[in-house]
Design a protein around this ligand. Structure first.
Ligand SMILES: Nc1ncnc2c1ncn2[C@@H]1O[C@H](COP(=O)(O)OP(=O)(O)OP(=O)(O)O)[C@@H](O)[C@H]1O
Length: 242
């Protein structure tokens, strides 16, 4: 089966700054993330993990190389199209969860869809589905200051992933969270991938990487190692027969 990957990066280089201050954050990265696949990105501090995630989620542009998301070459999009693909196709979970205090949970979650022109009614239905996904449908009409920190984080996850996201990404999502909410982020990412999205998970924690199908290791902006795609049952059978 030759289905096109959700995310494709080829020869991706990112140099921050210029002249003597230039930092080669990424050097010629090739990476594919298939539909249904969650890929963990590990590596020491400064190895380029966040830069890679920002590029994949169209928050930043490469100095060299190209990136496609769901078959669309990001370099060919104008800023309005980039904003649209980020609202529709790419969901990113950050550590900080800036919910808008004057909006309810439901309004916070449905905002990206309403900005995209969806009717209030359809956006609210999608928000409810996304809040159900993180286990908080009953909070749809509650304001952020009447929620616990963990609940706010889960609402932020629901907002990041509302609608039909093809690529879901999280940068060290568990860093600032209690263990239970951290697990929740990983579970939601995993489920979205099982439902057909492609996922990227930046993490320092091998236990979190264990939720992924595959791990790539970065050092000095290059992929220095990767675990293979998990063995398929037929490979195992072949191994037994050999
Ligand atoms: N906006 C920027 N301007 C200049 N240099 C930057 C910028 N962003 C990142 N860098 C540099 O690029 C390199 C890679 O940074 P990046 O944040 O991608 O690494 P990381 O692996 O995510 O690190 P950490 O695990 O500490 O978050 C580092 O040397 C960093 O200092």
């Amino acid at each position: 089966m030759s289905e096109q990957p959700i995310l494709r990066m080829r020869g991706v280089t990112r140099i921050h700054g210029t002249g003597p201050q230039a930092v080669h954050a990424l050097r010629g990265i090739d990476l594919d993330v298939a539909r249904g696949e969650l890929v963990a990105v590990m590596g020491p501090s400064g190895s380029g993990k966040s830069t890679l995630l920002n590029l994949a989620s169209a928050l930043d542009t490469p100095t060299d190389g190209w990136i496609t998301v769901d078959g669309v070459d990001l370099s060919e999009l104008n800023p309005a199209q980039i904003a649209r693909i980020r609202r529709r196709k790419i969901g990113v979970v950050f550590q900080d969860f800036n919910l808008i205090p004057s909006l309810t949970a439901g309004e916070n979650v449905s905002l990206p869809l309403e900005l995209d022109g969806l009717s209030v009614r359809n956006a609210r239905a999608a928000a409810l589905k996304s809040l159900e996904f993180v286990g908080l449908p009953e909070l749809i009409d509650r304001y952020p200051d009447a929620m616990s920190g963990g609940q706010q984080q889960r609402v932020a996850i629901a907002r990041a992933l509302v609608g039909e996201r093809r690529l879901v990404a999280a940068d060290e999502p568990t860093g600032a969270l209690d263990t239970q909410t951290g697990e929740e982020v990983l579970r939601v990412l995993r489920e979205r991938c099982d439902d057909g999205a492609g996922g990227l998970l930046v993490t320092h924690d091998a236990r979190h990487a264990a939720w992924a199908d595959r791990v790539i290791f970065l050092r000095d902006g290059q992929v220095v190692d990767s675990t293979g795609v998990a063995a398929q049952p037929e490979d195992l059978l072949r191994g037994v027969g050999a």
